[in-house]
Design a protein around this ligand. Structure first.
Ligand SMILES: C[S@@+](CC[C@H](N)C(=O)[O-])C[C@H]1O[C@@H](n2cnc3c(N)ncnc32)[C@H](O)[C@@H]1O
Length: 258
């Protein structure tokens, strides 16, 4: 694994997560780091249980928007346990390569384990990096993907500018993220699930002390909805910006071209 930077990550956030979505700068980054370090070992299992397995379907659809290229270069940001990186790898062709990047060392270590288990260490590089400061030259990648990472990023506009910078002209950015359910009844149900049931399961069943189950709905609430996110992408200079709602808009895939 290549590490661009690393900070000591040992403390636990003790329920402070609810406020994290409104923090900015270093405090936010450190809190996000603490949470993902604490949950890295159970992330895949929790993800499957809490999404009722839907995250696999959402990720497969996200990967389907990545064009197949010969000798392609792709970057997955906030790769975590590397699901999306593994899905887009076959699209990069025989001599292709994927960089799976993430802020958090523990999440990336889980990803590296999966990449290694599939015998793909020569095809996928795990790299620790912040979405707001991607240390790659301009015009490097044919495609950039990200799944459930952008709502954790402190400065979204800066991240989008960076993503556009490292994409080749004509390259595609595909962003999978929680969004705003399209129907009133679904919003009400989803709010009950995320603001009541999820924190209860987190504290009573999973005995979580990181506050991540409170952070999750709070971060979703404060993240731009489908239209606003599309506007931010256009403001960052992307063209042909489109989105597709999945599962009634609980999540959305945004596709944008440099
Ligand atoms: C909810 S997980 C998603 C992991 C994976 N993409 C997936 O879909 O299963 C969010 C990931 O984004 C990472 N992350 C949060 N803020 C980041 C940032 N500013 N730059 C890069 N990665 C970040 C976290 O460390 C975490 O691994």
């Amino acid at each position: 694994m290549v590490r661009a930077e690393q900070s000591p990550i040992t403390e636990r956030s003790e329920g402070a997560a609810k406020a994290v979505s409104t923090w900015s700068g270093q405090a936010r980054e450190q809190a996000v780091q603490r949470m993902f370090t604490a949950i890295a070992g159970v992330y895949d299992l929790n993800n499957t249980l809490l999404s009722f397995g839907l995250h696999h379907h959402w990720k497969r659809l996200t990967a389907s928007y990545v064009p197949a290229v010969t000798n392609g270069r792709a970057l997955d940001i906030g790769a975590g346990t590397a699901d999306l990186a593994l899905l887009i790898e076959p699209k990069m062709g025989e001599q292709g390569h994927v960089v799976a990047s993430d802020l958090n060392h523990a999440m990336l270590a889980e990803g590296l384990r999966k990449v290694s288990g599939r015998g793909l260490l020569d095809r996928i590089t795990c790299l620790q990096a912040n979405a707001e400061q991607l240390g790659f030259p301009d015009d490097t990648f044919h495609a950039v993907t990200t799944g459930f990472c952008m709502r954790n990023v402190g400065n979204l506009a800066q991240a989008f500018t960076e993503i556009r910078r490292v994409l080749r002209p004509g390259g595609r950015f595909v962003c999978l993220e929680f969004s705003r359910p399209a129907y009133g009844w679904l919003r009400a149900l989803y709010d009950w699930y995320s603001f009541r049931l999820l924190p209860w399961v987190g504290t009573k069943v999973a005995r979580d002390r990181t506050g991540v189950y409170e952070y999750l709905p709070a971060s979703i609430r404060t993240f731009p909805d489908q239209e606003r996110l599309a506007t931010l992408l256009r403001e960052a200079g992307f063209r042909q910006v489109e989105y597709r709602n999945l599962t009634g808009g609980i999540v959305a895939i945004h596709v944008a071209t440099k």
